[in-house]
Design a protein around this ligand. Structure first.
Ligand code: PLP
Length: 356
């Protein structure tokens, strides 16, 4: 039996979008491939509020995160973390021999503009990474305010992980001064896993041209060159996902509309937060809560794995706490095309199972 996925990716995919994956194949150097990529780029620029160049990657989002930190760090990276995915940037840096420092916030607390300013003032760094929406802790960081700080340092490349927010929460790339903004398709964009997207500034590209050992597959310079000059890629991209993405972007922008989509996610987040506070407590600082996933403290000491087993029988799935928060917290995500009525049914089922 299929379960409705309330996990923070992969998400349920609309049947009409799934059908697009079965579009007859085209040559990846053909004119149709160029037209497809042009259409996706123009629509992603609207979704991301940017004039920057759009690149796609036949990988999950982590591939483009690694591309960003490896291709754009010449001196030293300042990695800010509020959970597991923030920590991932640091592992990417160290495993690629990239000098980096790791700045972790207190549990449940955001990355603040002050922390970033403090680090950049030292003059040691030429790249900053921030997680917009930390899926492990349910924190949404103030990327606009952080971007204003970074903009005072013209030599610093600002990389932001919007993997679990792009398409669900407003991310204004140009206003936030983001040089490299990454997302995956299997979260708020509502596609199957297998494709990642990013917007890349000229500044990030120019930096990458000065960096040695960028690797081959995730070499920003070659990917950017081909995307910018021909709307194509150095190697064969996943055209099935591209057909589906092109269609889904049209649904997002023209059927639902961006503001409606963002507001739907906010409304659902408010429902989950109110429910969580009534029965449990939220993990994150209340001023920095995610609009796409809530991390709820398991204050009653219930069995989370047990809950999921029971939910499975009823056709639902949620997420346990991540890493050290396993069984200590649980997460309810509502991403992509999730309907509010389904979320309300899920909460009722949990109330029924736990006798809340
Ligand atoms: C899921 C996730 C990632 C990893 O994305 P993949 O597509 O699995 O590589 C990175 N950052 C955040 C915030 C995520 O939620």
């Amino acid at each position: 039996m299929y379960k409705k996925l309330f996990i923070p990716g992969p998400v349920d995919v609309d049947p009409k979008v799934l059908e697009k994956l079965a579009t007859p194949q085209i040559g990846h150097r053909a004119k149709e491939a160029t037209e497809l990529q042009r259409s996706i780029s123009e629509n992603l620029q609207k979704l991301m509020y940017t004039k920057n160049t759009i690149i796609l990657s036949t990988s999950s989002g982590s591939g483009l995160m690694e591309m960003a930190i490896r291709s754009c760090t010449k001196k030293r990276a300042a990695v800010f973390s509020v959970g597991a995915f923030g920590d991932r940037w640091y592992k990417m840096a160290t495993s690629n021999n990239i000098p980096a420092d790791h700045f972790k916030s207190e549990d449940g607390e955001p990355t603040t503009p002050e922390m970033v300013e403090e680090a950049l003032k030292t003059g040691k760094y030429d790249l900053v990474t921030v997680t917009h929406n930390e899926t492990s802790s349910g924190i949404m960081n103030p990327v606009y305010e952080i971007g204003q700080v970074v903009s005072k340092y013209p030599d610093v490349i600002f990389c932001v992980d919007t993997v679990s927010s792009l398409g669900g929460a407003k991310v204004e790339v140009d206003k936030c001064n983001i040089d490299f903004c990454v997302a995956s398709t299997q979260k708020c964009l509502g596609l199957p896993p297998g494709l990642a997207v990013a917007s890349v500034s000229d500044k990030a590209y120019e930096r990458a041209q000065t960096v040695e050992n960028r690797g081959w597959y995730f070499n920003l310079v070659s990917v950017y060159d081909k995307a910018k000059s021909a709307y194509q890629y150095p190697s064969t991209p996943t055209t099935p996902h591209m057909f589906a993405l092109d269609y889904q972007l049209d649904r997002i922008l023209n059927e639902e509309g961006l503001e409606n989509r963002f507001n739907r996610h906010i409304e659902q987040a408010e429902i989950v937060r109110a429910w969580a506070k009534k029965h449990f407590a939220l993990y994150a600082n209340e001023n920095y809560l995610s609009n796409t996933v809530s991390c709820i403290l398991n204050t009653k000491g219930n069995g989370i794995a047990e809950l999921n087993k029971e939910l499975a029988k009823r056709g639902y799935m949620i997420s346990n706490g991540y890493g050290a928060l396993k069984e200590k917290a649980f997460r309810i995500a509502h991403m992509a095309d999730r309907k509010t009525e389904d979320l309300l049914s899920l909460l009722k089922e949990i109330e029924d199972i736990w006798g809340l």
